[in-house]
Design a protein around this ligand. Structure first.
Ligand SMILES: [Zn+2]
Length: 107
């Protein structure tokens, strides 16, 4: 069972973006990383070069980079707090559950 899925809202718990929240736009399971909207923005310094059409490209390019799964926690949509997850079998399927003792909802 995945701890974090695409379109989840997650809270960043460590690193320079600690405390930020964002939507998961991509999960890289094999690399154990997720791409989170607005989190871990990096600046690439690209050399200026002319393309075939004559347009110039280059300068600073801002984009997001994936961050490690261990640095994020999913936010439970029911209680609105970052939580650890467990799993429970519901109607023959495994469901992800919020581990908050006073919540325990599936999401
Ligand atoms: Zn909850």
């Amino acid at each position: 069972m995945e701890r974090v899925k695409k379109n989840d809202t997650v809270r960043v718990i460590s690193g320079k973006d600690a405390g930020k929240e964002g939507r998961v736009v991509q999960v890289y399971r094999s690399r154990e990383r997720v791409m989170v909207e607005g989190v871990n923005r990096i600046t690439k310094h690209q050399r200026q070069r002319a393309t075939r059409t004559g347009a110039r490209e280059g300068g600073l390019i801002h984009e997001e980079a994936p961050i490690h799964l261990s640095n994020v926690m999913p936010i439970c949509p029911k209680c609105g707090r970052p939580t650890r997850t467990g799993s429970r079998v519901v109607e023959g399927k495994r469901a992800r559950v919020c581990k908050r003792p006073d919540c325990g909802s599936e999401f």
